[in-house]
Design a protein around this ligand. Structure first.
Ligand code: ZN
Length: 64
């Protein structure tokens, strides 16, 4: 049947956060220019708390 696939993304405590897929953190890319004369620079990534779920990984009280 395959009709149960819709349940993916649902967890016991709520709905899995679509932004971080339940991780509670998201990777954010930062582009750090050297100067105005140099069109490229360092790119680094940091892991930050997900704003969408406040780091919980799930969204409570929301329905699809
Ligand atoms: Zn999230």
């Amino acid at each position: 049947m395959g009709m149960s696939n819709w349940i993916i993304g649902m967890v016991e405590d709520g709905t899995l956060c679509p932004e971080c897929q339940g991780a509670g953190t998201v990777e954010v890319d930062h582009y750090h220019r050297q100067s105005f004369d140099v069109p490229y620079g360092d790119i680094y990534t940091t892991t930050e708390e997900c704003d969408n779920c406040s780091g919980e990984g799930t969204i409570e009280g929301e329905e699809w």
